[in-house]
Structures are given as C-alpha cells and as structure tokens.
Ligand binder design. Structure first.
Ligand SMILES: Cc1ncc(COP(=O)(O)O)c(C=O)c1O
Length: 481
C-alpha cells in the first residue's frame, strides 16, 4: 500500500542531522524536552513533528504528498474533492461559511448547531435565520427538522446558504436529500456539518450528505475514525467552485503550521479504509445495535430512542449510545463509571448520558460498557427519584429571544459582565453554551429572557457544564448607550 506522506516523513527523519527550522525542540530529548513529557510520549512524536520541508508539501496550497492524501480521501469517501485540516471540524465549518457567505448574506441554520457556526457567522457578517429542532421530550434531546418544513423555509427565505447538522450531536440523522436538491435548484450553497458522521459513508452511505450532493461536507474525522484529535476532512460533492473558494477561506482561519503527526494519522486512516473497506466500522455498528437492544430490557435505564416515536425519515446513528438514567442521578452514575470501571462517557446532560463509539471500539470495550452500566444501575437502584429535570431543549424551539443586533455587530460592541440575575433584557455579547454539546442557548445580539436566566442559574446550581457563564454566575452583555 502506498503511503507517500508517511514515506516522506520517514525519509526526512532519516536524513536530518540538524534541524534549522521550526519547531524549537529540534528532537533533543535530553537537552530540552522535559523527562516527564518523554516518559509519557517517548521521543517519536517529536521526531515526526516536522514542518513544510522539501518533499513534505504545504497544506496551504498542496500539490505533492498532501494533495495525494486529499485525493485518496475523496476516492474512499465518494466525494468529488477533499481537503484535509488539522484544526478540527470547527475550522472547516468557519471556512465553509466564509466561503459561502458575505456580510449581510442570509444563512439558514439549525438552532441546535455547534458554536463553530456562530464563529463563522460572526466572522463573515452573515445574518442567521434559525430553524427549530423537534424535541424528544423524555430524553430532552433535539431530533432534527422534518424535510418538508425545511423545504418550505428554503422556498420562503431563499437564503444564500443552508447549513445542516447531520447527524446531530445525539446521533439523529434525518433524510434531508430533498432539501439539498431544492437548494441546488435555487442556487443556494449547502454546507453539511457532518462533524460526527465521518463514519457514515462506510456504515450507511445514504445517510451522509456527500451522497446527497451537498456542496461542502465537514467531517471531524478524529471523532469517530482512527485519526488524532483535530484531524478533519472537508468534502465537496456539489459545486466544485466551492472547493477553491473554501481553500482561500481556510487560509484565513487555519494554522500555517499544521501538525504532520495529525496529517500522518489522516493518511493512515485513509489507507486503512482503502485496503480494508468499512467492514470493521459496519461490524461495530452491528455490535452497537445489539448492545442497545440488550440494554433496552433494563428498566433502570432508557436507551434512546426506545419508546420514542421518531419520524419515519429519522435514523439514529449506532455510534451514539444515549441513555437516560431512570431515578438515578446521572452525575453520580458518571462518577461511579469512571472511578469503579474506568469508563468515560462523552457527555452528561441532565439525566442523559451519551457514549460515543469510534473505529477503535470493539467487542471488548462494548462488553465493559454493558457490564458497567448494568452494575451501576443495580447499585443505585435504591436511590429513588431524582429532582425536577431541567429542560434545555426548549431553547431550541421558537420563539427565539428577541434579536436586537446582528451577531457580528454585537460581538464587536463594548461589553461588560453582569450577574445572570440582572441580565434579563440585556443584549448578549458572548454566547452561553452547554459544553458539551457546544450548542449556544443564546446568540450575540439577542436579549436574555427571564426564562433563560432562570434556567442558567438552576443549571449552574445543578453543576451543568457551561461556557459563557463565569464562576460568579455572570454573563457578558453589550454595554448600554
Ligand atoms: C456538530 C459539531 N460540529 C462541529 C464541531 C467541532 O468539531 P471540532 O471539535 O473537531 O472542532 C463539533 C464538536 O463537538 C460538533 O459537535
């Protein structure tokens, strides 16, 4: 199997005796790399920590080995073109919005989008128009938008760009191909934030926006494939002019010093998938489906979407195992899972807990997951009901808070911190997000409502993890006058 990038990295390591270029450590383990770091990592990552040297290409305008990796990605993911990134899916989402929009352009976005969408909107000066998500009440989870509603909005608003979150953070995929086709017909650019769906082209290709012909599809490859953190790939399967426009936009936000270690891991993942196909991913998906159906029988937990009527166009990604603890405090369960079993979930939100599977999982890890969930559930049985649940998904539904300014305008206004108790009616300067999942509950330019302020106080009290609300429970608002 040809791996030109890895070969080039190996050759450079073998040839170099003195490195008069970045990075500064120069692979001098004894002289300047702390022994604790060497103890943890060894010196191999430092040896492969290279930069744009002869033979190693340049990610800002790749023509050699990195371009070959991109072409390989396009082939195996079924895209017309692909571009690789080392600054996470976030940089891909921001660059996609910058490529598709200009100041004042209307972009249709799901209210449940990730904060990187907000960053793209602030940087581009686009005007977001939100669409709501349906909500699964028992779990307090967003479940995407029905395609007919989205098509109606596209027809009436005629935005410059349409943004989709597919799958959403909780693994709900909707069949939105008709919306993508309509957007194409109307000359609207479709951006699919498929950060959590890099495995979809191999597990269920028809659920990936690549197969729908979306113009820009962003994969946070590190989330579910065997790629180092921050490794991402952006695919183009519609208008190819977007690829070149995207590359230009990417230069505005991406580092000029990409990590060759991350890049090598992307090539390795692509080479693996090329030689083995997606069989391992499909096997894992089947194991996850079996695990979910076994856990469904345990009355102390409720596996999403058991007992929930999802719309017929919805499908839940097997790589996301979300469960609600019944009568058990989810944070206590999380502590127990970590301390007693070494099992770390991806997220705890209210009483829901989400476990994210990835290419590296298999029979053994899934068995450990099943055993630990069952044992924690049985041990906590005696605890009885937990307190009143806090419902966060109501902020993903209309009416939205009143918008008094465009997000970009609000972002650049003078700002001050005010206590959440006094924030009602004040214009948000910095969003407040639940983290994870990184979904803004309020956008810059919107007025804080009394309902949101009281939710934020209660959520802080209950120990929810949030960004944008500091330890003294203050938020950043635009100064008045
Ligand atoms: C839906 C969605 N899009 C984009 C991102 C950003 O991904 P990254 O962390 O790779 O920058 C995330 C991160 O969790 C996400 O959930």
């Amino acid at each position: 199997m040809e791996m030109p990038l890895l070969d080039a990295i190996r050759k450079t390591i073998a040839q170099s005796k003195a490195r008069f270029h970045t990075p500064g450590h120069k692979v001098r383990p004894k002289d300047c790399i702390h022994e604790a770091v060497l103890g943890l990592l060894g010196d191999r990552p430092f040896a492969a920590d290279l930069t744009e040297l002869p033979g190693l290409d340049n990610l800002s305008a790749p023509t050699e080995v990195l371009r070959q990796t991109e072409r390989l990605c396009a082939r195996i993911f079924g895209a017309k073109e692909s571009i690789i990134l080392t600054c996470g899916a976030s940089s891909g989402v921001v660059a996609a919005i910058l490529a598709a929009c200009h100041p004042g352009s209307i972009i249709l976005v799901p209210r449940e989008c990730h904060r990187s969408v907000l960053s793209g909107v602030v940087l581009s000066g686009a005007e977001p128009v939100f669409y709501p998500s349906q909500v699964v009440h028992f779990h307090d989870l967003p479940a995407g938008v029905p395609v007919a509603d989205l098509c109606e909005l596209i027809r009436s608003i005629r935005p410059t760009a349409l943004l989709l979150s597919n799958p959403n953070y909780f693994g709900v995929c909707r069949d939105l191909r008709k919306a993508v086709a309509l957007a194409r017909e109307l000359g609207i650019v479709t951006i699919a934030d498929e950060a959590h769906g890099a495995h979809l082209p191999f597990v269920r290709p028809e659920a990936s926006a690549i197969s729908w012909g979306a113009d820009i599809v962003i994969h946070g490859a590190h989330k579910t494939l065997s790629v180092l953190t921050q490794g991402a790939i952006v695919h183009f399967s519609g208008d190819l002019n977007m690829a070149s426009r995207f590359r230009d936009s990417l230069r505005l936000v991406h580092t000029t010093s990409p990590s060759y270690i991350i890049l090598a891991s992307i090539e390795g993942m692509a080479a693996h998938l090329q030689s083995r196909g997606g069989e391992k991913l499909r096997r894992l998906a089947a194991l996850a489906v079996e695990l979910k159906s076994r856990l469904q029988t345990d009355e102390r937990i409720r596996i999403f979407p058991t007992g929930v009527e999802l719309e017929p166009d919805s499908w839940v990604d097997p790589f996301k195992i979300t469960l609600a603890w019944v009568g058990i405090d989810a944070r206590s369960a999380e502590r127990e899972l970590i301390t007693a079993y070494g099992v770390y979930p991806e997220l705890v939100c209210g009483n829901d807990m989400l476990f994210l599977l990835g290419e590296g999982d298999g029979q053994e890890t899934l068995q450990l997951l099943e055993n630990s969930i069952r044992e924690v559930a049985s041990r906590y049985k005696a605890r009885g009901a937990t307190g009143k649940p806090l419902i966060w998904t109501r902020f993903l539904q209309e009416p939205w808070p009143e918008r008094l300014m465009n997000p970009r305008e609000a972002f650049f206004k003078k700002r001050e911190w005010v206590s959440i108790q006094h924030a009602t009616g004040r214009v948000c300067a910095e969003p407040v997000l639940l983290y994870p999942p990184g979904i803004p509950l309020i956008w810059p330019g919107e007025a804080f409502t009394a309902e949101l302020c009281s939710f934020l106080s209660e959520a802080a009290e209950a120990g929810w993890s949030m960004i944008g609300l500091d330890e003294s429970r203050c938020v950043e608002v635009c100064t008045e006058g």
